[in-house]
Design a protein around this ligand. Structure first.
Ligand SMILES: C[S@@+](CC[C@H](N)C(=O)[O-])C[C@H]1O[C@@H](n2cnc3c(N)ncnc32)[C@H](O)[C@@H]1O
Length: 299
């Protein structure tokens, strides 16, 4: 019989104990339901059954990191006070969706033209325009707004600006503070703004771009869970961005979150929601101007 050369032999499958346990375990419907309640109580996000595979895939990474053998053990960890103190933030960081981009929904930034910004400043304290990005993700929304505000403010030199940027995820806030992106991420930024506000890496092999210290220095980052009743923001805002987060909440949570944000918005100020976000604005002191841009009315 002719000998089969080693190179032609069929691949030998790896012994099953060489495959890490966390890649094989499955998320049962029962455990999924309890995890869904935990996601809801921790960040207000409602996950339907169709999100089961997504949750399973994302939480597998936590099994790998924690070294736990299955989702049931992971759930038990989250249910103990010591385990929750250790793991709950990473759980939240893992389950939230952080999709974002520079100049996302450009019409919102087009609305913030010179005349509108001047109106907002005069409507406010006349000196500093204060904006809040209330679910800021990795910072693209924040720095887009920063570029738009700075480009106008530096021309007139009559007013200044500041941005508060918050999110529930500590991990994503670290990325936002760093403000380092890839060249392809900043492609939607107009060339003149790129030239003025983005710094290229000195390393010719790197495609990293960093937002200028001039803009970064005017942004204050912090963790705020919009679900928490007790969060405090000291100053009244002239603009609040709350985009592409309400979509993950139940109608009642949406209403409560927006009602609370309205208390931090100056009458005449703007609340800007994402294109797919909805809220029962009829019951709130808000007037729709256009394309999910609302003006705060007097109480
Ligand atoms: C899809 S991103 C939207 C980012 C940005 N606003 C935009 O439109 O591009 C949603 C963000 O909401 C944050 N988030 C989810 N639940 C939250 C909560 N209860 N409080 C604060 N932020 C939350 C997530 O961490 C995530 O960064």
């Amino acid at each position: 019989m002719a000998q089969v050369s080693a190179a032609l032999k069929p691949p030998v499958s790896a012994p099953s104990d060489a495959i890490p346990q966390w890649t094989r375990v499955e998320l049962s419907d029962q455990t999924f339901d309890v995890l869904v309640r935990l996601v809801y109580t921790s960040c207000g996000v409602s996950l339907s059954r169709i999100k089961k595979t997504m949750l399973e895939t994302r939480l597998r990474r936590r099994l790998q990191v924690t070294g736990l053998p299955d989702f049931e053990s992971y759930l038990r960890l989250l249910q103990t006070p010591a385990g929750a103190a250790q793991e709950m933030q990473s759980f939240v960081d893992t389950v939230v969706t952080n999709e974002t981009s520079f100049f996302r929904e450009r019409a919102h930034f087009d609305h913030l033209n010179e005349a509108e910004l001047k109106r907002l400043v005069q409507n406010g304290d006349g000196r500093t325009l204060r904006a809040w990005s209330a679910a800021c993700s990795s910072g693209q929304e924040v720095y887009t707004l920063a570029m738009v505000l700075d480009a106008v403010a530096s021309q007139s030199r009559q007013w200044d600006w500041q941005i508060l940027a918050t999110d529930i995820s500590v991990k994503i806030l670290t990325a936002a503070r760093e403000a380092i992106y890839r060249t392809e991420d900043v492609a939607p930024v107009p060339a003149a703004l790129q030239e003025r506000y983005l710094l290229r890496s000195r390393d010719p092999d790197s495609d990293a771009v960093r937002v200028s210290p001039e803009l970064r220095g005017r942004v204050t980052f912090g963790q705020i869970n919009l679900m928490h009743a007790e969060y405090r923001v000291k100053t009244k805002m002239d603009i609040i961005f709350l985009r592409n987060v309400l979509i993950y909440f139940e109608p009642q949570v949406q209403h409560d979150v927006v009602a609370k944000l309205c208390r931090h918005l100056r009458p005449g100020g703007l609340l800007i929601l994402g294109h797919s976000d909805t809220t029962r604005s009829g019951k709130l002191p808000l007037r729709l101007i256009r394309g999910n841009i609302y003006e705060r009315l007097e109480d």
